[in-house]
Design a protein around this ligand. Sequence first.
Ligand code: GLP
Length: 265
Amino acid sequence: MELMIFETPAAVADEGARRIRHLLHARPDAVLGLATGSTPLTMYERLVRDCRQKRISFAAVTTFNLDEYVGLDGDHPQSYRHYMNEHFFSKIDIDLANTHLPVAAAGANPLRIGAEYETKIAAAGGIDLQVLGIGRNGHIGFNEPTSSLGSRTRVKTLTRETLASNRRFFPAHGKQAELAITMGIATIMEARKVLLLATGEEKAAAVEQLIEGPVSAMWPATTLQYHGNVTVLLDAAAASRLKNRDYYDWVQQQQQKLVQQFDAD
Ligand code: GLP
């Protein structure tokens, strides 16, 4: 697991955007796995800027989002489709037909969507780079604690903690979606590369488990310890509970030296 710790959330966003630019320069038709939540917003802003400045293009890119609330269709303001369109897709040169979320709109059978979504991901050739945030309880996507480490895209019931933490996105008296469809942990593990961003002190306990804890379904993100190509970008607050911080900083310095010497790209 490659770990980079920055002072600020802005620096995390800069590095995340740099990684995605790098991938798109090498592979303009990359398949990106995308995440919602507040964490990746600044990174998306950076990518919008890069696209407007013609430093990158998403014209040939395909995307698959991690998750979506059950029963919300794309024009619902709390749907993740709406979030993605508003914050990212409408501002870049992507073809909306190439953007995918596991949508089970009102009335559709959510139990069927998971397998269909997996088929679409496979037909696109799999995910080159999966962007992840992390929940306070260590969830990735909406794979809540006790999710099977071998799970595929399916319906998940959200924990009360996740509902409380996402309550802020729903209107004060509006009904909040309680079910979601999420890529499974095994689905995420099949991405060729994973880029996880975490900022803020409220993520520090989950980050501690992710980096230094034992692999456990109680902290689903810990499964990433088995993935061979994960980069974790943290700000100082999210890294504040790590016990071996000195060592990680030292590794980062050594890595930078190697890159400067052998791989300036
Ligand atoms: C949400 C999403 C996750 C996200 C996480 C953290 O509920 N389903 O994909 O990573 O919780 O969100 P935030 O970045 O707002 O803290």
